[in-house]
Design a protein around this ligand. Sequence first.
Ligand code: F3S
Length: 754
Amino acid sequence: MAFDIEMIEKVYANMATRVDKARELVGRPLTLTEKILYTHLWSGNPSEVYKRGVDYVDFAPDRVACQDATAQMALLQFMHAGKNKVAVPTTVHCDHLIQAKVGAKADLAVANSQSKEVFDFLSSVSDKYGIGFWKPGAGIIHQVVLENYAFPGGMMIGTDSHTVNAGGLGMLAIGVGGADAVDVMSGMAWELKFPKLIGVKLTGKLNGWTAPKDVILKVADILTVKGGTGAIVEYFGEGALNMSCTGKGTICNMGAEIGATTSTFGYDDSMRRYLAATDRQDVVDAADKVASYLTADAEVYANPEQYFDQLIEINLSELEPHINGPFTPDRGTPVSKMKEEATTNGWPLKVEWGLIGSCTNSSYEDMARAASIVEQAVAHGITPKAEFGINPGSEQVRYTIERDGIIATFEKMGTKVFTNACGPCIGQWDRAGADKGEKNTIVHSFNRNFSKRADGNPNTHAFVTSPEMVAALAISGDLSFNPITDTLLNDKGEAVKLNPPTGDELPSKGFDVEDAGFQAPSEDGSGVQVVVSPTSDRLQLLAPFSPWDGKNITGAKLLIKAFGKCTTDHISMAGPWLRFRGHLDNISNNMLIGAENAFNQKANSVKNQLNGQYAEVPAVQRAYKAAGIPSIVVGDHNYGEGSSREHAAMEPRFLGVSAVLVKSFARIHETNLKKQGMLALTFANEADYDKIQENDTINFLDLTTFAPGKPLTLEFVHEDGSKDTILANHTYNEGQIGWFVAGSALNLIAAGKA
Ligand code: F3S
């Protein structure tokens, strides 16, 4: 599917020189992660050693992938970069905006009609700018990327947190916000803090009911949802060699659930087999020539404790199947302990639904192994107790499992086959009865199981487990069922014990597909018209933000003094607002509606200084904008933590907020504010936060001499005429001040100056 072998060969051509140079500089053997990082430095050949967890480094990723929800704003911004084509191979995948309700065909038809304008927009922008476009129904982004684009030793970024899935093919693949994707698509560097390294040594061999999923469920249990923060997880050992490539993908996929930057595995035979089966023998041939660079130096895996910041060891031969949850993916329970845990905690034992799919577990092997359990149940006359649904990961997987009779097997049990898309995993599941809010249990093979994620019901207890365990639990209808020891009753009242799952890693007759759902871009897209209706409420073309007028900002009003936690969700909520991700004006109606006003402890209620009335934050800000009055936002610690969505920076910019002054920033949000041409400032003296009053008017005194390392001075004029002069620090370098001056980083790129 137009994957770029020349690009891959170019990466490999540089690898030996760069890795050898890095090894010499570092003065010790290198992990695989370090080899890939040092091969992808923006500056080319390594010339210095970077400190893990400390240094920010510019990288040059090989690819970009975007999903339909996040691609909208990313592409709207890219259109302003003034480029004819994306600078690196890029793909867009339509998978998030398809609801699962009746079944694949009907659901896809509904999505194609409801989100037609979004899909048409993504398709036309892709066509114009040289981006590969995967139509609705083609599959889930990460499965499609694994099947077509991932390659050992590569580096990619994607506008989805589970981009990390491509680590299953030996990549460093990292989830980012749209602003980062725009930079790379526009030919700019991508910055990352040089990560810490966690090694996971896998010994033994998976057997019986245990699957690759159990490895990551166990790791999540050990490390918790925050344990991987700022780190890349590198898996190795004989257990890794004994595992399929898609199984490795599952493990890397859920690295997002431990907060890891990404996860990866060294190049091995499972990857060779998978690449060959997905029509990429030429990648195997190229990778084989540099194979020693596509895994760590032997000494690293022989004495891993010397080379990783943290080391975990798991013996796969002894690993039990796990069921993680409810409500968090790091609450791990081995299957043998579930009865006790569930009873103690009052979790409903009756399983209502079993769902297999999502980007985590929707490979051919996953489907085949789950189907082997269904087959046994059908053969023994066991009636399934729960309902069952599957989302194949791609049309290629769906077509092949249909050809091989796997879908027919699922259907014998009344399984609903949903579209090759995210569906229930992203809450796009119109589940009958969920609105009643009943306490109930579902089991699924997805990655996230936060409250309300699958069906919107906060009382749905969702448990994450392997596809084969989902099948067994759905058939038994009992969360405490342990297929290793327990039996099920068939229609004749006989006790039946299920055999462990079996299933081919790859289809013995090869993959097949009639229409994979790919649209290649035009060679010359200059004549392609991008379709956006001016009356659309979901899409809106962006206008460039105005450049700075060169003067001090004066007479600014305080919009809100936010108190306590203010994440990007508080600044730009998700949920129903997802619909407006491509329409900056409409989505700006959620700006800061979740933030707590320090003066009245209420959310979405701030004083409009023009009339003294309290109103919703976006409405007050729109009033200031209409009156031509600038404003500033004041915040607490770690302002803007959470998701990296750029909307949280674009909305205030769009509505006329000039500066955000806080005790401290989450770094990505701080950068996003800078990129949008705003002032991101921190109190030089944190206690000054307490001096800010509700009716303050703010004057900048020395913005005209804005320079790196030099604090800015702000005068806060209180209602009674008294004043406080406050020093505000910033971290702008020369280039970033250029973004502020130009009005945004994109304006600078468009002017050819970045
Ligand atoms: Fe989609 Fe769920 Fe993966 S939303 S990309 S299937 S985590």
